[in-house]
Design a protein around this ligand. Structure first.
Ligand code: C2E
Ligand code: MN
Ligand code: MN
Length: 403
């Protein structure tokens, strides 16, 4: 199938521009064997390349391009399928935008096309060309340094690696994971993640239950979460707990139960954040938002978890505005390399900024993901890069330090 990839990248400072022509010529030999054609634009700093050809060949060449050290900060802008090539005749032609008149340059690029008929239509690939040539997107080119320009140094401080013996006679336990502001070197909150007594996942815990038992167990597990938080001496920390949205609707008196357990353990509602995933369809939205109102009226903060993953996210945001949204790993993964992920996350940030909702990125594993997200304006993070959840305890945080 005819596949198109468009990416942009930043030329490595050590590469003399004069060698570009010969680089392209060498690449062309490989490309023509693989039946891959396209065009490479260069503006003095950035490359913008369109590759077209059979799917396997395009992907193989793109993988090689990604490993090429003569450029960095590659961002894949488009990966799509088309009935015919847009730039089919010229192999891989290098087009230096600086050698052309600003007003005519887009037309001159398009003149290289072998498929004027198609470009006459409203083609996404063409619109990417226009945006690059006219440089209207430059504010979104976050130039992040290499991942190894930071060390992640484990914290030896106070709360670190404290562990408590399991609380007796309960059917569940919790792991704790810090949510941090890395540049401020601040633990923003701790999230209590449900575990079976021997440390297995929430999924394992819930799979052993059925029907309404799930909701009852979800709610009563919070008694253990608050008791553990008290035992871990978290009296002055923000503490996050997760709840299925329907737990609040299906279990009578759920909010009062939470308030009572918070008080019982010497905590205050103002330090508690309740996170709702939209993974489950909220079938009774009116009653759910009613319960959220009760939480807020008692001083408890509310977050939407896994934001953007389920179908209810944007609708939920129209119905009520949480204090925080958490973007999970499905969107965070390799965000520094993906134009679509960057666009979605920037839209979430913009929307939340307009509504004064805080944004946390969850599941951050790579320094490059973190750096891109910081550049985009996110300041609070949760992920293995900084600290993995610790069963029955609080892990130490690996704080980034510039080398
Ligand atoms: P969540 O609330 O989005 O929690 C974050 C999950 O991502 C946790 O998985 C955590 O271990 C994992 N995680 C954190 N950092 C990273 C990372 O850098 N890379 C990767 N790959 N994963 C990371 P966990 O503990 O298995 O929990 C899964 C989900 O189970 C939670 O996702 C939450 O939706 C749900 N859950 C947890 N505790 C409870 C609870 O008490 N009640 C309910 N209803 N659901 C819960
Ligand atoms: Mn959560
Ligand atoms: Mn999640």
């Amino acid at each position: 199938m005819l596949t198109t990839i468009i990416y942009r990248s930043h030329i490595d400072d050590g590469v003399p521009v004069s060698t570009l022509e010969s680089m392209v010529a060498a690449a062309n030999v490989k490309n023509s064997h693989a039946d891959v054609t396209g065009i490479l634009l260069f503006n003095g700093t950035h490359f913008f390349q369109l590759l077209e050809g059979p799917e396997e060949s395009v992907f193989a060449i793109y993988r090689r391009i990604c490993e090429d050290t003569r450029h960095y900060n590659l961002v894949e802008l488009l990966c799509d399928y088309a009935p015919s090539r847009r730039f089919g005749s010229t192999g891989m032609e290098l087009f230096d935008l600086r050698e052309h008149d600003r007003d005519k340059v887009l037309q001159e690029v398009l003149n290289k096309s072998t498929s004027k008929y198609q470009l006459a239509y409203d083609d996404r690939a063409l619109r990417f060309f226009r945006t690059f040539v006219e440089a209207t997107e430059r504010q979104n080119y976050f130039e992040i340094p290499p991942g190894d320009s930071w060390d992640f140094v484990p914290d030896e401080d106070v709360l670190s690696s404290e562990s408590i013996p399991p609380i007796a006679e309960v059917a569940c336990s919790f792991a704790f994971q810090p949510v941090i502001d890395p540049l401020a070197r601040e633990v923003v909150s701790l999230e209590a993640l449900l575990r079976t007594p021997d440390g297995n996942s929430p999924e394992t815990y819930f799979n052993a239950l059925s029907g309404d038992d799930i909701y009852a167990a979800d709610l009563s597990s919070k008694k253990v979460a608050f008791a553990m938080a008290a035992a871990l001496n978290l009296r002055k920390q923000m503490l996050s707990v997760n709840l299925l949205p329907m737990t609040l609707v299906n279990v009578p008196g759920a909010v009062n139960f939470l308030l009572q357990e918070i008080k019982q353990n010497g905590l205050v509602p103002e330090q508690i954040l309740v996170e709702f995933t939209e993974s489950e369809v909220i079938s009774r939205l009116e009653e759910f938002t009613g319960a959220v109102r009760q939480l807020k009226a008692a001083g408890i903060s509310v977050a939407i978890d896994d934001f953007g993953a389920g179908f209810a996210g944007l609708l939920l945001l129209a119905q009520f505005q949480p204090d925080r949204v958490k973007i999970n790993r499905d969107l965070i993964r390799d965000v520094h390399k993906s134009g679509p992920r960057q666009a979605i996350i920037q839209a979430i940030i913009q929307c939340c900024t307009s509504l004064e909702i805080s944004v946390t990125a969850v599941g951050v594993e790579k320094p490059e993901e973190w750096m891109w997200l910081e550049s985009a304006g996110i300041t609070t993070f949760q992920g293995y890069l900084f600290a993995a959840p610790m069963h029955n305890g609080i892990p130490s945080v690996a704080w980034p330090e510039k080398k």
